[in-house]
Design a protein around this ligand. Structure first.
Ligand code: MTE
Length: 332
């Protein structure tokens, strides 16, 4: 498949940097320069690159959701951004069909307002949040994460949201809470494939408590400076950049704290193929294919080389210690 990339190599700016007069002028100059064929020189200027990225990366499809630059270590990769068209047009969201194009086609029926998220289980302060309140619970940050799907493709997406840890701290888990389960919506009236046998519904995922507390684990309310498109998991989803994409449950309605390792949807459907941890690991193959390399969506021209998959998806420095001493072949 040939997918066109709009933002060729431009670094995406924090969407909190609203177009200033300076940026605006630089952008106009850049456009003029491009028209006169001097674009190469202009590209050498960082400000020019930012201005261009601003121009191209804001899709303008959904209401704006700006985020400040994230202070979290490792939260912003400099990899080239995936084009918004691909990030919102090539999805896994089985409630809306199993073809990659299905979610964008079918998720329009998802009703995201009103929306509540219940926090329950082993916590001192169980709560039911309206999505608007959850959105304001902590400062929105923009984080540019790689997302590596278990199927062998990857994307680079500027997410907007905050650390799951911010919510966890508010609800005060009990000492007995060892895992956090994320339960997503299963509404057969608005999700046409919820009745299908492909998975057990609702789609659920879970993290060990220390994984969920890691600052890189994120509750995302938006991407590309805007509120989340429905096909990407509106109004909120999980993003855990060092794990395979399927750990990132979409359209979450319940967060439950437990003392036992929860069963997750993919683990239930094929336990020999999808373990609880699902850390990106090029040395542990899926039983039916290698995980050593990946195809970056948007780079799949005829001669495009596959990329080597990195341990923990390149986040080893940040998260490696969570798994110190564990046999990752056994706990895959
Ligand atoms: N969440 C729900 N509710 N349903 C799903 O089918 N698919 C998962 C995950 N979250 C899925 C889900 C899988 S397999 C992947 S790879 C990612 O979402 C894809 O996220 P993206 O479409 O934003 O790239």
């Amino acid at each position: 498949m040939l997918i066109k990339t709009l933002n060729n190599g431009f670094i995406h700016p924090a969407s909190s940097e609203i177009t200033t007069e300076r940026l605006y002028r630089e952008r106009r100059n850049l456009i003029k320069l491009m028209a006169s064929g001097a674009a190469g020189a202009a590209m050498a200027s960082w400000a020019g690159r930012e201005a261009m990225a601003q121009e191209l990366a804001r899709p303008g499809k959904n209401p704006a959701l700006p985020g400040r630059k994230s202070p979290v270590a490792g939260a912003v990769t400099m990899d080239k951004l995936t084009d918004y068209k691909d990030a919102s047009g090539y999805n896994n969201f089985y409630e809306f069909g199993t073809d990659k194009a299905d979610p964008a086609k079918n998720a329009g029926s998802l009703v995201t307002s009103p929306w509540t998220v219940e926090v329950e289980g082993l916590v001192k302060k169980p709560a039911k949040y309206a999505i608007e309140d959850l959105l304001k619970l902590s400062a929105q940050e923009e984080r540019i994460y790689r997302l590596r799907c278990v199927e062998g493709w990857s994307m680079v997406i500027p997410w907007v949201g905050y650390s799951v840890a911010e919510l966890i701290k508010k609800v005060e888990p009990l000492g007995s809470a060892k895992f956090v389960e994320f339960i997503t919506l299963a509404d057969p009236k608005t999700m046409p494939f919820v009745g299908s046998r492909v998975l057990e519904w609702p789609y659920t995922e879970a993290l060990r408590m220390d994984e969920a507390m890691h600052p890189l684990a994120m509750l995302a309310f938006g991407m590309y400076g805007e509120t989340m498109p429905k096909q990407n998991g509106a109004p909120l989803r999980l993003v855990v950049p060092w794990k395979y994409g399927f750990k990132s449950g979409k359209s979450i309605v319940k967060i439950r704290f437990t003392d036992k390792e929860p069963k997750t949807s993919w683990n239930k459907s094929a336990p020999q193929e999808y373990g609880f941890y699902s850390n990106v690991n090029p040395t542990v193959d899926h039983p039916r294919w290698s995980q050593a390399s990946e195809r970056r969506i948007g780079e799949d021209g005829l001669f495009a080389k596959k990329r080597k998959t990195l341990m923990f998806n390149g986040y080893e420095a940040q998260v490696g210690q969570l798994y110190a001493g564990m046999d990752l072949k056994k706990f895959f």
